[in-house]
Write a protein that binds this ligand. Structure first.
Ligand code: NAP
Length: 309
């Protein structure tokens, strides 16, 4: 029996080493060098090519290499009988908290403007709102969204949160379902997208959505590029419906050279680095799920195929 690592755009040897350190008895293979496809019972996968996951007749479960599992859920080659799980870890949470807090403070305190002004020798102060008056709205109150909301509230921001089911989070005003979305947006000036990518949430960040935010408004997208309608963002920025956008995830990655986002001063771009999975930290979790899959036990952090996350 073996555990297969599939991630065509990454060096997977640190992953193989971390898993071997955790359990030296496990056979690990790195795609595409697979000795015996029948031996593969568990895979760890990220951006797998099409027509790969249907080549392992004894595959019982696949773990995403990261927090999101949308690349597995939409893979037609993955048999429905194969369980899917994902990574949830303290360092993924901590990194996301750092990233979002950093972006929110930068936006609130106009640091982006001051960095640019220095290049032009310009001395000009800009007004900034007090944290308690700045509505920061978190869409998605899951493994990442909840701790992000809690931390922003601790720093003193006026935090709002939106999810599918009702939540109670200290110092956060929560909203649930599509019916309460307008009320959430009306009080939100800095919108943080931490939703999973599902048929319901794809293209959710569109023009109609931007128009409902409290002005002057910013969006921070740290979830998936497909949540955002790119053309609508450009239009909203050009029409002063939005003041700026801080983006870490894109429909096509790396972002193509000619993409319109590159030349916009009011779009901040980071190359999908908000929160990176560290092999050593999650090796125990992966090995545990590998053993659970072999013995037919329920996986930890199992993805619900019906819900889509
Ligand atoms: P999660 O634990 O699955 O939480 C998802 C949250 O979204 C839940 O609160 C859920 O509501 C809510 N939700 C789902 N569908 C909804 C809908 N239709 N309407 C309203 N709310 C909805 O997800 P997570 O682990 O926190 O990850 C969040 C996102 O971050 C994912 O897109 C992931 O891919 C992304 N991510 C990005 C990076 C990066 O480096 N940029 C790193 C890690 C993760 P309920 O609570 O009611 O179910």
């Amino acid at each position: 029996m073996s555990l297969l690592l599939i991630a065509p755009d990454r060096d997977m040897s640190p992953w193989a080493n971390a898993l071997k350190d955790e359990d030296p008895n496990i056979d690990i293979e790195i795609w595409p060098e697979v000795e015996d496809k029948k031996k593969v019972h568990f895979a760890v996968s990220w951006n797998q090519p099409k027509h790969v996951l249907d080549q392992y007749p004894n595959l019982k479960a696949v773990s995403s290499l990261g927090a999101g599992a949308d690349h597995l859920l939409e893979d037609q080659a993955l048999p429905k009988s194969v369980d899917i799980c994902r990574i949830v870890s303290p360092s993924l949470i901590q990194q996301m908290q750092e990233y979002v807090l950093g972006a929110v403070i930068n936006i609130q305190r106009n640091f982006v403007h001051y960095i640019r002004q220095k290049d032009h020798g310009k001395w000009q102060a800009h007004n900034h709102p007090l944290a308690k008056n700045l509505g920061v709205g978190i869409m998605g109150l899951g493994e990442l969204g909840q701790p992000v909301a809690t931390q922003l509230a601790q720093v003193g921001y006026k935090v709002l949160g939106w999810s599918r089911s009702e939540k109670k989070i200290p110092n956060t005003t929560t909203f649930a379902g599509t019916g309460e979305l307008p009320a959430f947006l009306q009080q939100t000036q800095v919108l943080v997208c931490l939703l999973p990518l599902t048929p319901e949430t794809k293209d959710i960040l569109d023009l109609d959505f931007f128009k409902q935010l409290k002005k002057p408004a910013w969006i921070i997208n740290v979830a998936r590029g497909e949540h955002l309608v790119d053309e609508d963002l450009i239009y909203a920025l050009d029409s002063n419906i939005l003041q700026g956008a801080w983006l870490d995830a894109f429909t096509e990655e790396p972002l193509p050279d000619k993409h319109a986002f590159w030349n916009r001063k009011n779009i901040i771009i980071t190359p999908h680095i908000a929160s990176i999975t560290k092999p050593k930290e999650v090796a125990t979790q992966i090995i545990d799920n590998y053993k659970r899959a072999l013995s037919g036990m329920e996986l930890n952090y199992r993805v619900d195929r019906e819900k889509g996350y």
